[in-house]
Ligand binder design. Structure first.
Ligand code: APR
Length: 242
């Protein structure tokens, strides 16, 4: 039984899926260097040119279903942590891919939505959706055509699950951030919230220091597939540091 246990909150970003073959947003050659986020990740962009936005997410949805895109050792280690840790583990991801689910994580919250879901802007129903989404598609619940959008949180919109996240951050004994640049709020502010409470250990596992790295009690730099399995092993053997 590890020495110091307690509830854990893990926050992941695009970096955890990089070694599975999915692009990040702000690394060299990342998604926002290929396309303007104003055009494809804002409500204004969708209102201006819905077909362009649908095509952007259709491409990414197809890419996610490519044969060679699979969870990596970091996703799998977090699923193992949820399974073997004696207290609750909440995995909050900014990612819209499904690699955490495919690795076996269950207590998972997609605060920026999910690529494999769509939402009807007429009745707000959310549907699993694996094919391309187009203007002619009708809502499976209310039947309205032409009102479906990706179930993804765009800039300027309210992230999902914020009450549940705030409660978990208040109670956690460990906050771990993996593969996120710490540039987009509210996720970028989670470590400051936890440090203000002052009870939890905080650790960032990232290829390079994120924008909030100085707020973490512990920072490790390197690839997630090396850092995360080792950190999970250490937690299960020795408990939470500090
Ligand atoms: N292992 C660990 N970290 C990595 C790896 C890797 N193999 N490769 C890249 N990283 C790190 C980078 O150093 C960077 O800090 O992952 C981070 C990726 O940062 P971003 O591209 O900004 O992605 P993210 O932090 O998830 O972006 C947050 O911004 O555009 C919005 O909604 C989008 O959810 C996204 C949010």
């Amino acid at each position: 039984m590890p020495a110091r246990t307690g509830p854990i909150v893990v926050l992941t970003g695009a970096g955890i899926s990089k070694e599975s073959g999915l692009d990040t947003f702000r690394c060299a050659g990342g998604i926002w260097s290929q396309v303007s986020l104003e055009d494809v990740a804002t409500p204004e962009g969708f209102a201006r040119d819905p077909d362009r936005v649908q095509a952007f997410y259709n491409d990414r949805r197809r890419g996610l279903q490519a044969q060679d895109i699979r969870p990596n050792a970091a996703h799998e280690a977090l699923a193992r942590l949820e399974r073997d840790w004696p207290d609750e583990v909440l995995l909050v991801t900014q990612n819209i891919d499904d690699l955490h689910e495919r690795a076996g994580s269950r207590r998972l919250l997609h605060m920026h939505g999910e690529l494999r879901k769509v939402r009807c802007t007429s009745c707000e129903a959310v549907h699993a959706w694996d094919g391309d989404l187009g203007a002619a598609d009708a809502c499976l619940a209310c039947g309205t055509a032409g009102r479906m959008r990706p179930h993804v949180v765009w800039f300027g919109e309210i992230p999902l699950g914020m009450e549940r996240i705030a409660d978990a951050l208040d109670r956690c004994a460990l906050f771990m951030a993996v593969g996120t640049s710490g540039t987009v709020y509210p996720a970028a502010g989670f470590v400051a919230e936890v440090e203000q409470i002052g009870r939890a250990h905080t650790v960032e596992l990232n290829m390079e220091a994120g924008h909030s790295a100085s707020l973490f009690r512990e920072v490790q730099q390197g690839p997630a597939t090396r850092l995360v399995p080792a950190y999970v092993d250490r937690l299960l053997a020795e408990g939470i540091p500090g």
